[in-house]
Write a protein that binds this ligand. Structure first.
Ligand SMILES: O=c1[nH]c(=O)c2ncn([C@@H]3O[C@H](COP(=O)(O)OP(=O)(O)OP(=O)(O)O)[C@@H](O)[C@H]3O)c2[nH]1
Ligand SMILES: [Mg+2]
Length: 194
């Protein structure tokens, strides 16, 4: 069976990825599964650049087919912050409860129509022959007024989906994957992996 490494250390992402690509005839390994502990500096200036940096670094290390996800939350009122710095916002070790409270506070008094935001996901696929492919997708929503829901990870509890009347942390993983940035991007690239 074809082996594909997913170059991520984020277990929340990896759970979703396994569900989205689960029916493919490939053996999907996380960095941990592959015994890789490399710490890759994400010094690109876009989601695509960072996804390519992660995928090619691990492809060069292993010679395998490697995928990477670079994603984040863009809040329009905050000039698209935290964006590519979403994981590092307020420090990588700060809890999301604190990060979420901070973002809600920064939007204090901002009306619904100005609370627009999106999750963005760029996926890069790096192949042993040197080729690299990238795709990007987004999920539109708004920043809520309080944390809601226990599913998902990260900023999901404050990401309100007006059409669903709930946060993305109140969706089941299956429901989130159908409409999410990550679900859409992975479905756009999956045919290249067969
Ligand atoms: O609530 C969320 N639901 C999501 O669906 C989601 N997707 C991305 N994010 C945020 O964006 C960062 C990615 O940064 P990122 O791509 O550098 O990943 P990471 O550093 O966590 O792991 P790695 O894949 O780089 O190893 C993550 O940590 C989160 O803060 C999300 N938050
Ligand atoms: Mg990262």
């Amino acid at each position: 069976m074809k082996k594909v490494i997913f170059a991520t250390g984020n277990e929340g992402k990896m759970k979703e990825i396994r569900e989205i690509l689960g029916d493919l005839d490939i053996r999907l390994l996380s960095l941990k599964d592959a015994g890789i502990t490399a710490d890759i500096e994400e010094n690109g200036s876009s989601f695509e650049e960072n996804a390519v940096i992660k995928a090619t670094a691990i492809r060069d290390l292993t010679g395998e087919i490697v995928l990477a996800d670079d994603s984040g939350l863009e809040i329009d009122y905050l000039n698209k912050e935290p964006g590519i710095y979403s994981a590092r916002y307020m420090g990588e070790d700060t809890s999301y409860h604190i990060k979420n409270a901070n973002l809600i506070e920064r939007l204090n008094g901002v009306p619904d129509e100005k609370r627009t935001a999106r999750f963005v996901c760029a996926i890069a696929a790096a192949f042993p022959d040197g080729t690299v492919r990238t795709v990007r997708a987004a999920m539109e929503g708004r920043i809520g007024y309080e944390e809601k829901g226990e599913n998902g990870f990260g900023y999901d509890p404050i990401f309100y989906l007006p059409e669903y009347g709930c946060s993305s942390a109140e969706l089941s993983m299956e429901e989130k994957n159908k409409i999410s940035h990550r679900g859409k991007a992975l479905r756009a690239i999956r045919d290249e992996l067969q």
